[in-house]
Design a protein around this ligand. Structure first.
Ligand code: GDP
Length: 439
């Protein structure tokens, strides 16, 4: 019986998609439990390179059932587009199940997101404009539309009218644009409902039964711990909980079912969008790290925006792992740092002349300065290493530093973007020799 959450320890883009794709080889279910199409998971495997925004990362395995749970924000256009793209790339049709309680992102949510970001101007949140904040606002204001509503025309019209009436006041008086008629949206959404119908079911029941059978379930997080609305860098957070604790809720399984929580940690830091990012590097150093990072530079999988980059941030990762309840770390992008003779790391923050070893609330985080130390670099290509002992001593030292700084065992190490560039460390010890390739 294994239920594993794969979640981000920092600002997102840690490499969760790659980890989920690799671990899905041994899984029966891969579940999206929060977020929508506002971030992308990059996956490189035998079919090519993909950036999945809405589909779970298990779609490349015919034996995996991919689930979109009720906690997610379902962007139907993106879902259908990605589904078709897979077919075009020769990927066998994935098994897909969508919760009949999952709610849909409406075009009106995207429009509101755009208009509001425009209105805020320089004070904006760096929204990806996929409608996520207005979607979750509607959900908690009880104005959302569940997928099951799409199968009942009368009910759907009533729900759309409820949702759109108040927004039209905003369109008219705040944003000064044309109002929307709920009835005009009806035919299109009824048609989309018919397209979704074959995939809809009570996914909570499906997963609870799977768990009772002992099937392996992966819960795939989107973004990272520091974007969580309760524990992260509010208000530069996202609108749904990015934490493993929420995975049980967003998927519909018991909280105690999650036995393994893998916090994905990058060997350096990156951040898309606005908000405090204490280790941010500007200038040449940052440009070089950005150019060398990830599979082809640190650029957003959804927007193509250059990601902000910086060195490894110990207080941020320690905090991120703690709020995720990480039982282990998957360390990614270690290969990227092979160009450095000395590798800077942020060991703490300085605030008003005092040293902080923790990650404070946003109002104080805004003012901290990173305390930087350096560790020896390994100055070579490690992208074909297949075990911990194949890493040069300086790379082993860097891994051991991160394990100690985070306070969580490193269970696997990724040394390149491809599926096979990943190996596990021993399961019961800190990182050491008994390694094996994953999967
Ligand atoms: P996710 O949202 O957490 O899945 O992360 P993204 O896919 O947005 O960003 C992670 C980036 O790192 C992508 O470009 C991946 O292809 C890349 N990547 C993942 N693991 C590694 C690794 O170990 N080394 C390198 N060089 N790139 C990696």
């Amino acid at each position: 019986m294994t239920v594993t959450a794969i979640v981000g320890a920092s600002w997102g883009d840690e490499g969760k998609g790659k980890m989920t794709d690799a671990l899905a080889a041994d899984a029966a279910y891969v579940v999206r439990f929060q977020g929508g199409s506002n971030a992308g998971h990059t996956i490189i495997n035998e079919y090519g390179k993909f950036a999945l925004h809405m589909l779970p990362s298990g779609v490349f395995y015919p034996h995996v059932t991919n689930v979109i749970g009720p906690g997610a924000a379902l962007d139907v256009d993106m879902l259908l587009k990605e589904y078709d793209n897979l077919a075009a790339a020769g990927v066998p049709a994935p098994r897909l199940r969508i919760s009949d309680r999952a709610q849909i992102v409406l075009p009106v949510h995207r429009l509101l997101d755009e208009l509001e970001e425009e209105r805020l101007g320089a004070d904006g949140f760096g929204s990806t404009k996929r409608g996520i904040a207005p979607f979750y606002a509607d959900k908690y204001a009880k104005l959302g539309i569940q997928t099951a509503d799409l199968l009942d025309g009368e009910r759907l019209l009533h729900r759309l009218e409820r949702s759109i009436t108040a927004k039209n006041v905003l369109f008219n008086h705040l944003y000064h644009c044309a109002p929307i008629a709920a009835a005009n949206l009806l035919p299109q959404w009824l048609e989309l409902g018919q397209k979704l119908r074959p995939f809809l079911c009570d996914t909570g029941a499906l997963l609870r039964e799977a768990r009772m059978r002992g099937d392996a379930i992966l819960l795939e997080g989107q973004l990272g711990a520091l974007r969580d609305p309760d524990h992260g860098i509010y208000p530069y957070s996202t609108s749904s909980s990015t934490l493993a604790g929420f995975a049980a809720v967003g998927a519909g399984i018991p909280p105690y079912a999650i036995e393994r929580i893998i916090a994905v940690v990058k060997a350096y830091s990156s951040c898309v969008g606005a908000g405090p990012f204490p280790v941010e590097l500007n200038g040449k150093e940052g440009d070089e790290l950005r150019r060398r990072g990830g599979d082809s530079g640190e650029y957003g999988a959804l927007t193509g925006r250059p990601r902000r980059v910086g060195w490894f941030d110990a207080p941020a990762i320690r905090y991120g792992c703690a709020i995720q309840g990480a039982t282990e770390i998957a360390l990614t992008n270690l290969d990227v740092l092979g160009y450095l003779e000395r590798i800077p790391v942020c060991t703490g923050y300085e605030l008003d002349g005092k040293l902080l070893d923790y990650f404070p609330a946003t109002s104080r985080l805004d003012r901290v300065k990173p305390v930087i130390e350096t560790l020896p670099g390994w100055c070579c290509d490690i992208s074909s290493a297949a075990s911990f002992e194949e890493l040069p001593p300086a790379a082993q030292g860097y891994v051991n530093y991160i394990e100690k700084a985070a306070g969580v065992r490193i269970g696997s190490i990724s040394v390149g973007p491809r599926r096979e560039q990943l190996f596990a460390t021993a399961t019961d010890q800190p990182v050491r020799s008994a390694s094996r390739r994953i999967p």
